[in-house]
Design a protein around this ligand. Structure first.
Ligand code: C5J
Length: 226
């Protein structure tokens, strides 16, 4: 069931309070995939400390639980490619000069390939059958996907954007959303980066210059108004 009432809520946020309506706001959870978050996945294989990302799981789980209990709209994304890799730009495949790259065999199946175990969303935040899952080949959730069409069809104007990683797919998605006219709020504890300095800077860039891309808050402040 989708809500249709227009209750306006105000969350304490930076650079100033964020207003949203329960009927026109969706929770967009970016790339909480096993390959990025679980020990033994692609992220860890590249030498990253996955505990930096795993800190965002519990705040996301709590927010998702409340969001679902209020019958609000939830959407999830996954970064990955077709099994034949026809949607994988050669530049993306060879970038990083890693011995193992996208499409190769990894500890949880082929790396960032749709249908493989590592590509799927972590069990803690697993989508319900009626929650749209956007499979995206790029960093931004709007590039080469039907996300914008789904949001428009559902009358969404504001997004609560969470997930990983703060400076890559979350930031790119918030920027894309901003250019398409959506107001985005990012709860700082619900996003994660392998690099603490990028976490701090990624959030700072969103709220800089009077909220050039959006707003930043904390899940506790959002939960308080829900
Ligand atoms: C990255 C992502 N970092 N989901 N993907 O490659 O941020």
């Amino acid at each position: 069931m989708i809500r249709t009432t227009h209750e306006i809520l105000t969350v304490n946020a930076e650079p100033y309070p964020f207003e949203f309506s329960l009927a026109t706001c969706a929770l967009l959870i970016i790339d909480m995939q096993r390959d990025f978050l679980e020990p033994g996945g692609f992220g860890e294989m590249l030498g990253n400390d996955v505990s930096q990302l795993r800190a965002a799981i519990e705040p996301n789980r709590r927010l998702l639980e409340v969001w679902r209990s209020k019958k609000l709209q939830v959407m999830h994304t996954r970064e990955g490619h077709r099994p034949d890799l026809t949607d994988l730009p050669p530049a993306k495949k060879i970038r990083g000069r890693s011995k193992t790259c996208i499409g190769d065999a990894g500890p949880m199946g082929r790396i960032l390939v749709r249908g493989e175990a590592g590509h799927d969303i972590i069990p803690e935040l697993y989508p319900l059958p009626f929650e749209p899952v956007i499979d995206k080949p790029g960093k931004g959730a709007f590039f080469a996907t039907d996300l914008h069409a789904i949001l428009q069809n559902r009358g969404i104007q504001q997004l609560i954007v969470t997930g990983v990683t703060t400076e890559v797919c979350v930031n790119t998605t918030v920027r894309e959303a901003n250019d398409r006219g959506y107001d985005c709020l990012v709860p700082s504890d619900c996003v994660g980066s392998y690099f603490p300095e990028f976490q701090a800077m990624g959030l700072k860039m969103i709220k800089a210059q009077g909220g050039i891309f959006g707003w930043v808050s904390h899940s506790e402040k959002l939960l308080a108004v829900l």
